[in-house]
Design a protein around this ligand. Structure first.
Ligand code: ADP
Length: 408
């Protein structure tokens, strides 16, 4: 078993394109490291350089205490499982498992015992005499993993091994591969594993640690928990989590000695830990992120009656503030449909607008009227001006007409 170290590892393809930019990564012995990132971020290029399938343009790769830059794949002590498992079609499962060992000229009885051991671990014993075309996708992928296990490598490499399987099978293979890793660890033969995927669920459920890449750079290397709760940059914040985090621009304002985020006409105080962290940015434009799953049912119920979670999230994403809505309801206006609430928010309608509306037209005025008041800048000062001038019992339309004419 061995640790794996990348030291300023670089890849420049023959057309001059730099795919990997001097990355440093240290994978401990027996660790399950997932490399994840969107398509084109150079996950495969990185893994292939580790495997010896791609030349290294700069820096070094170490496996154990050896620099392996110039070693052939078979001299690196690795075994790789690919996306298309590429079993030999004319060989049985047993022969497929034994093939690599035969090539390395191991004695026959040793080959047999290693094949049997791998078959047992992966529950392939019943399938040993079948041909690949007689296997399901999941079974064939298990044989491909078995071919890697029989080699007893120092390092296991997986390149999107589950991408060709359907969702249900993917879920069960994920568990199988994780279990296999745990089993090897428990038996005193921990397998250093590097697993490449674009699927963040796979990454989050399988990795001891995860290396998130973007355009040939490492964005963060951390435990699943830290990536989720303490992303180091906006890319990781947006990439980890499904559905993804909502990220919005805001102003960091100081109120009563505390830093608040401005959201629409409202402000929200930051907790003590964050106060300290962002104190240098007081008064500046910042980004804040909210995970949809953190928008609670309490927020929803404060907005309007009978709101489901999807609508609650939509309201939140549209900047609707529970405080404003509860204020409007406190004035006696009834609950609105989510659609109406969003329109109110988009039009910047606030409690003050509804106060004016109540004074003029009572609490049964339609949403449309509130929007018109807001668009015309009608507020309580307009209502007072009308009173001062002796106007009484004006209808909504008459009131608006006088305001537009500049009388009040
Ligand atoms: P990923 O596995 O994350 O999808 P790859 O490692 O396959 O990404 O590719 C990383 C980048 O390198 C991409 O922009 C890709 O187009 C480029 N690339 C891959 N192979 C070659 C090649 N042989 N020549 C030039 N560019 C390549």
């Amino acid at each position: 078993m061995a640790e794996v170290i990348f030291n300023k590892l670089e890849k420049v393809y023959s057309n001059g394109f730099k795919a990997v930019h001097a990355i440093d990564l240290s994978i401990s012995e027996g660790e399950f490291m997932v490399i994840v990132g969107p398509s084109g971020c150079a996950k495969s290029t990185t893994l292939r350089m580790l495997a010896g399938l791609e030349t290294i343009s700069g820096g070094e790769v170490r496996i154990g205490n050896k620099i392996v830059n110039n070693l052939a794949p078979k001299e690196r002590g690795i075994a790789m499982v690919f996306q298309n498992y590429a079993l030999y079609p004319h060989m049985t499962v047993r022969e497929n498992l034994a093939f690599g060992l035969k090539l390395s000229k191991l004695p026959k009885d040793q080959i047999e015992s290693q094949v049997n051991e791998a078959a047992k671990i992966l529950e392939l014993e019943e399938l040993l005499d079948r041909l690949p075309r007689q296997l399901s996708g999941g079974q064939a992928q298990r044989v491909a993993v078995g071919r890697a296990i029989v080699k007893k490598p120092d390092v296991f490499l997986f390149d999107e091994p589950l991408s060709n399987l359907d969702a249900k099978l993917r879920a069960s293979m994920r568990i199988r591969i994780s279990d296999l890793h745990k089993q090897l660890k428990a038996s005193g033969k921990p397998a250093t594993t590097v697993y490449v995927t674009h699927d963040q669920t796979e990454a989050m459920t399988m990795g001891d640690r995860i290396c998130v890449m973007k355009l040939g750079h490492i964005m963060q290397v951390d435990t699943p928990d830290n990536l989720y709760h303490k992303p180091k940059n906006m890319f990781v914040a947006g990439f980890i989590g499904a559905p993804e985090m909502n990220i919005r621009k805001s102003l960091l304002v100081e109120k009563a000695g505390k830093l608040h985020i401005a959201i629409g006409n409202e402000t929200m105080p930051l907790n003590a830990e964050k106060q300290e962290k962002v104190s240098a940015y007081a008064g500046q434009e910042v980004f804040y992120g909210v995970r949809p799953e953190f928008v609670s049912a309490i927020v929803a119920s404060k907005l309007t009656d009978g709101l489901d979670v999807d609508n609650a999230i939509r309201l939140f994403e549209n900047g609707v503030q529970p405080k404003i809505m509860s204020g409007i309801r406190a004035l006696g206006f009834g609950p609105y449909a989510a659609e109406d609430v969003i329109r109110l928010a988009h039009n910047g309608v606030d409690v003050a607008t509804f106060e004016a509306l109540k004074a003029v037209a009572g609490t049964s005025a339609p949403v449309e009227h509130a929007i018109q008041f807001r668009q015309n800048g009608v507020g309580m000062s307009t209502v007072r001006e009308a009173e001062r001038q002796g106007f009484k019992n004006l209808t909504f339309e008459q009131f608006l007409k006088l305001h537009r004419a500049g009388v009040i």
